[in-house]
Design a protein around this ligand. Sequence first.
Ligand SMILES: Nc1ncnc2c1ncn2[C@@H]1O[C@H](COP(=O)(O)OP(=O)(O)OP(=O)(O)O)[C@@H](O)[C@H]1O
Ligand SMILES: [Mg+2]
Length: 257
Amino acid sequence: MADEFNVIEIRNLWVIINGRSILRDVNLEVEEGDFLGIIGPNGGGKTTLLKVLAGLIKPTYGEVKIGGKKLNYNSKYIGYVPQYSFFDYDFPITVEEVVLLGRIAHKKGRSFSVYDREKAYEMLQKVEMYDYRHRQIGELSGGERQRVLVARALALEPHILLLDEPTASADQRFAAGFYEILRDLNKEMTIILVSHDISAVSKYVNNIACLNQTLYFNEGKTISPEVIEKVYHCPVELIAHGVPHRVLPPHDGVVGD
Ligand SMILES: Nc1ncnc2c1ncn2[C@@H]1O[C@H](COP(=O)(O)OP(=O)(O)OP(=O)(O)O)[C@@H](O)[C@H]1O
Ligand SMILES: [Mg+2]
């Protein structure tokens, strides 16, 4: 068997926009098959980091390697589910067609192949939205749409799946089902999940990182309350939209700063 392989390697990454540093000296290695959660305050740079990985924002300084190679801006390696999808939901397009759009990078010739369609169906089944395939995307609820957008990212057959707040518009039951789907997908691919839902994140991920301009990473899913407080500048209990709950066990397995 091959040694552990880092599917993502970020060294000394800076993103500076209009003279303001959005990301400062971020370093991160993600092993193949990992399920990494990224938490952090609003404006901390989480979306920016995912966009760098998806090839949508260029690093100002630093090196980013995906699959052992320098960032390739046409990478089929990464499936990306954005935080806000500027999709025109009045546009008359069916769920199935939206997912097929995820196959565009693979498309040869003018039309989608039988294989493209099979893949689209397979991914719709994975996110349990197959029965909705003929519905207009505009008719779905926010949480259902989010699943369709995950199916679209999966249709690319990526090695890495990046998800930016996928459960922001999902209710608790829906979110729990969604995380179960991610857990299943994680058997086949590396997942990076950005979420403010810290209790859910700490339940499902293998590793957790906090991002507030710079990245605080400890191996494992326990991060000391001190680190979280340093990153969020607020008591741990106040995170996750003010819902008071303890994020992590107070003593057991807490990794030091
Ligand atoms: N294109 C841009 N031009 C200028 N500033 C930007 C741009 N994109 C992001 N920023 C700024 O960079 C910072 C980080 O934004 P980002 O969207 O990455 O944060 P985030 O951690 O995803 O926040 P949230 O939790 O609210 O989604 C913010 O202060 C934002 O205003
Ligand atoms: Mg964001």
